[in-house]
Design a protein around this ligand. Structure first.
Ligand code: SF4
Length: 358
């Protein structure tokens, strides 16, 4: 089935001056006829706001779930990853800018209707589908339909998002997700405003919403950029906030930046900064804190908060020794390990396999 050129969307209203305001995200783009929003995949056509990327993808890959990163959601299993084009933030350091900043619908070469994606995930043995590479909130209608098609086949849905979404669509979007990794880009309004073109509070609201109002499994990622968001004071304030609002069991990933897009003047994140951030977060009482994008056996593994036993050994995306019983309890002391564990871990390993839809 070919992908539609556009589909109508729900979250917009008409302004007194005749423009249509998209209400999907806190940018609230005000659109005249033929105009597109900042995300470029939503725009005005006549008397409605439409989505242009429904059923279109920039490509597919079968990844380890740990690559999303999710360390406590069906560990060791394969996930069918895909994305579209566009983004509703404008991060100067974007590590996926070829897709997120794409204004070419050519990027979206692959047609992938929801039922096809769900069927392909099941055929290839993936336990879940991940909306990733670019932010899925901007293709909400497509993501929700795909998540519903997946649920019918017993395949879970994972959102990898910056959480920059308004309250009403937030409710609809996360109602259909089983797990989410939310990018908390920094803990300062300055960073969000100057470097991402957004606002911190909207993201904090999304984190609290997921934690308080849904059963979605939640993990959080912060990309540490030297000199921008990695001071001791900011990391201390961020992780104290996470503990207070999301609890001690929310997994937190500190990942390493490499110079990209409009931020070529910064250096790569030293491993020592990731380890320092991890120490600060654990000092604030978070139980599961990880370092990512670097080889760090200690910072990549999961430890029991009860007895300190290494319950999941990881070497980057490869699982090693597993010490959690079938009920999700630590084999050393019986403490429950937070997460979604359905029996023994998967054996997908570290491979990332490009996929062509059949
Ligand atoms: S989703 Fe896109 S069009 Fe809508 S407000 Fe956000 S950036 Fe603008």
């Amino acid at each position: 089935m070919p992908a539609p050129a556009s589909v109508p969307t729900d979250y917009w209203h008409r302004l007194e001056d005749g423009r249509l305001q998209c209400d999907l995200c806190p940018r609230f783009c005000k659109l005249r006829e033929g105009q597109r929003g900042l995300c470029y995949v939503r725009g005005r056509e006549g008397d409605t706001v439409v989505l242009y990327s429904y059923g279109r993808s920039s490509g597919f890959c079968i990844d380890p779930i740990e690559k999303k990163p999710l360390n406590h959601f069906l560990p060791g299993t394969p996930v069918l990853s895909f994305g579209t084009a566009g983004c509703n933030l404008a991060c100067k350091f974007c590590q996926n800018w070829d897709m997120s900043k794409s204004r070419e619908m050519d990027t979206l070469a692959a047609v992938a209707m929801p039922a096809t994606l769900a069927g392909e995930a099941r055929r290839t043995g993936c336990r879940s589908v991940a909306f990733t590479y670019n932010d899925p909130v901007i293709f909400l209608e497509y993501a929700v339909d795909t998540a519903q098609a997946c649920a019918e086949l017993g395949v879970k849905s994972v959102a990898v998002s910056a959480g920059y979404i308004s309250a009403a669509p937030r409710q609809r979007f996360f109602h259909h997700m089983d797990a989410a990794n939310i990018d908390l880009k920094a803990f300062s309004e300055r960073f969000y405003k100057q470097i991402c073109g957004g606002h911190l509070q909207a993201v904090l609201d999304t984190l609290c919403y997921i934690k308080d109002e849904t059963s979605v499994w939640l993990e959080v990622t912060t990309l540490l950029i030297p000199g921008e968001n990695d001071s001791d004071a900011e990391l201390d304030a961020m992780t104290a906030w996470l503990r207070e609002h999301l609890g001690t069991d929310v997994p937190l990933h500190f990942t390493a930046f490499h110079p990209d897009w409009k931020m070529q003047d910064k250096t790569r994140t030293p491993a020592a900064s990731l380890k320092r951030a991890r120490r600060i977060a654990m000092g604030n009482g978070l139980n599961y804190v990880y370092t990512g994008n670097v080889r760090d056996a200690e910072g990549g593994s999961t430890y029991c908060p009860g007895c300190g036993l290494r319950v999941i050994e990881r070497d980057r995306y490869q699982l090693g020794r597993w010490q959690i019983d079938s009920a999700g309890l630590c084999c050393g002391c019986g403490t429950r390990i937070a997460g979604v564990f359905e029996g023994p871990p998967g054996h997908w390993g570290a491979q990332c396999q490009p996929l062509r839809l059949s």
